[in-house]
Design a protein around this ligand. Structure first.
Ligand SMILES: Nc1nc2c(ncn2[C@@H]2O[C@H](COP(=O)(O)OP(=O)(O)OP(=O)(O)O)[C@@H](O)[C@H]2O)c(=O)[nH]1
Ligand SMILES: [Mg+2]
Length: 261
């Protein structure tokens, strides 16, 4: 089936791409192709990169015929706030489907497209999450240490959320814009790195202005391709911070549960 152009598309996904010092890793050609597909609009969010990221994004967006834009925040505020600001911009611009994707394209554009197809095929799903499951026949390639640490963390995150989720931390997630999502994005996240857990918690447990979503509103899709890209900004210390953040998120969710929503 032919892909629709922006003018014809019923829905256009606004995809937020957080970028911090990504001049070396960002594949401008691949992103330009994704934007040209017509049903995806890109919002890059750069918050104070000190390399040539700004110039790269300027060129990319200028050549995108309005399909890619670039939000520049005055100073570095971390991936969590960069993504939140990008998603809020997408909502303010009227998007009905939004999401985010890491700039290193660990989740390749073809997989993002597959996630989008699933979102369109399953109207009951409000939150669609890419999951890095190492199944035979799939090309999910991660350093062993990252895989095992990631599995321990993801299991703890799933227990914290009391949600049957396999992979909270994959950098590819899509959402339908609903009042619940808007409420969940209203406040900055407390965590800089595991905001995904916090966002899922606000949606699954409810937050000021929104009731909890049922588990059926969430779905994970095992990715067929995902690969580690060198140059990650995660350091061993971030895992320790992430564990501390997880405890904080758990305490907040417990307090919410005791207040009854
Ligand atoms: N805007 C913004 N983006 C950031 C910041 N820190 C990280 N990012 C982006 O977040 C995405 C993920 O960063 P990575 O360094 O690849 O880390 P990761 O993907 O969480 O972890 P890996 O599993 O190691 O790849 C990339 O698009 C980064 O550019 C930040 O402070 N500001
Ligand atoms: Mg990465």
């Amino acid at each position: 089936m032919a892909r629709k152009t922006v003018q014809q598309a019923d829905t256009v996904l606004s995809l937020v791409v957080p970028c911090f010092n990504e001049a070396q890793r960002l594949d401008a050609h691949a992103f330009a192709e994704l934007a040209q597909s017509g049903d995806v609009r890109l919002i890059f969010v750069d918050d104070g990169s000190t390399d040539a990221t700004a110039q790269l994004l300027e060129t990319l967006c200028a050549a995108s015929l309005g399909r890619a834009q670039w939000l520049q925040l005055a100073q570095n505020c971390g991936k969590a706030e960069a993504v939140r600001q990008g998603l809020l911009l997408a909502i303010a611009q009227g998007s009905k489907e939004i999401g985010f994707l890491d700039a290193d394209l660990s989740t390749p554009p073809a997989e993002l497209r597959r996630l989008l197809d699933v979102l369109h095929a399953r109207p009951e799903v409000q939150v669609l999450i890419g999951a890095r499951v190492r199944l035979l026949g799939n090309a999910v390639e991660r350093k062993a240490i990252r895989h095992y640490l990631g599995r321990v963390f993801a299991t703890a995150a799933s227990l914290t959320l009391a949600l049957h989720i396999y992979d909270t931390q994959c950098g590819a997630k899509l959402f339908r814009v609903t009042p619940a999502l808007e409420a969940a994005l209203a406040e900055p996240f407390v965590s800089r790195w595991i905001f995904d857990v916090e966002l899922l918690g606000r949606l699954a447990w409810g937050c000021p202005g929104a009731d909890p979503l049922p588990e059926s509103a969430f779905a994970e899709v095992p990715l067929q391709v995902w690969h580690d890209v060198a140059g990650s900004k995660l350091r061993p210390g971030h895992f320790v911070r992430a564990a501390g953040d997880l405890v904080q998120i758990w305490l907040r969710l417990q307090a919410r549960r005791q207040r009854g929503g």
